[in-house]
Design a protein. Structure first.
Length: 365
């Protein structure tokens, strides 16, 4: 393990030493590819038998999962106990939460599982502490809430972003639009639909060679960076939405609160004084893109007490699967009331896309 860490720090030093100009871009691209390769080795758990019973896998429950990350003592545990009915052992010194504690937020009829991941310390990406398991759980979340201490300026945010970057978690960006397919033979076929300013065919080839890939199809559909191309080759990157939550705003000036609140993807709160928590929930709901759908039986009123929580963009077919797995085979048509229809009720088929608070009645053959 130490050997890899030394190699990583060597490469990082060399990247920071190298001046950026046209002549060095291949060199930099190669270094980045090597770096990504070693980092991946660090995160792959050792193949030996002893490494098994380590991680804390948390049962996925509820309709969505939110990972709460942040440095020790920024108020994650307080936040968790305010939002959910879980009492996380809170204290004003570092490393109180040692395992992963799931809590459930009930909001708009949905159960949102909130995972309080132990305060990530610097160096989780080097396999220090329990960083590796923390990251494994974070990768299964739908949305990340990054808790930051508003009194500490930008330091924490930069460190955490770097930490997540290095373990293959990308925040608030979409997957690079690059088609990549390794093949059995035929060399490298390289194309792009847009002019590329940051990657060239030679660089792409060098990076692929670093991964021992000599035959592949590559098609750039956007002007991507070498880093993004490496992400596509490595392939295990996770792209997550992230809400930056600045806590302890009761301890900073009004101007500072205003500045933080206007940043993209940011929400300001105070757990101590219970400020702005309801707005945070609203934002979280938007980021999770959940909708609630009600069912109704023929000749009866809709059952508004028990909605089905689905992802935005769910079709009638998805709803059928959630009601009963055999329903699709007996499906004749559905009647839908709500904003997704032109008139209520409207007769629709399996492909009709549902919207929030629609009511559906399924008619069988």
């Amino acid at each position: 393990n130490m050997g890899i860490l030394e190699k990583i720090s060597e490469i990082e030093k060399e990247i920071s030493r190298t001046q950026k100009n046209k002549a060095t871009e291949y060199h930099l691209g190669l270094l980045k590819a090597k770096l990504a390769k070693y980092r991946a080795q660090l995160l792959e758990p050792s193949k030996s038998a002893g490494a098994k019973g380590e991680g804390f896998d948390v049962m996925k429950s509820g309709d969505a999962r939110v990972a709460l990350i942040g440095f020790p003592s920024v108020g994650k545990s307080t936040f968790l106990s305010l939002m959910t009915s879980t009492a996380s052992e809170a204290a004003s010194y570092e490393f109180t939460t040692l395992t992963c504690i799931p809590g459930v937020i009930e909001y708009k009829g949905a159960n949102i599982q909130l995972l309080d991941l132990p305060g990530i310390i610097e160096g989780a990406s080097q396999g220090k502490g329990r960083g590796r398991q923390v990251i494994a759980v974070a990768r299964t979340a739908d949305v990340v809430i990054m808790m930051l201490d508003a009194t500490k300026g930008e330091v924490q945010r930069v460190l955490l972003e770097k930490e997540l970057e290095s373990v293959g978690i990308r925040l608030n960006v979409s997957k690079p639009n690059i088609y990549f397919k390794p093949k059995k033979g035929g060399g490298l076929s390289y194309n792009s639909t847009v002019p590329l300013t940051q990657c060239s065919e030679k660089l792409v080839q060098l990076i692929l060679h670093e991964y021992k890939i000599f035959n592949a199809e590559v098609l750039f559909r956007e002007d991507s960076t070498p880093d993004e191309f490496i992400d596509v080759i490595v392939g295990n990157r996770v792209y997550l939405n992230c809400v930056y939550v600045y806590n302890k705003i009761d301890q900073i000036s009004m101007e500072e609160v205003d500045r933080l609140a206007r940043r993209p993807h940011s929400v300001v709160i105070s757990c101590g004084m219970k400020l702005n928590l309801d707005y945070l929930l609203e934002r979280l709901w938007e980021y999770l893109a959940l909708i609630c759908i009600y069912t109704k039986k023929r000749g009866e009123r809709p059952d508004f007490s028990d909605g089905i929580i689905m992802r935005r963009g769910a079709s009638v077919e998805h709803v059928c699967h959630r009601v009963h797995r055999t329903l699709v085979s007996q499906f004749k048509y559905a009647l839908v009331w709500g904003t997704s229809t032109k008139y209520s009720p409207q007769r629709v088929g399996l492909t009709h896309i549902m919207e929030h608070e629609d009511v559906i009645q399924i008619v069988k053959k």
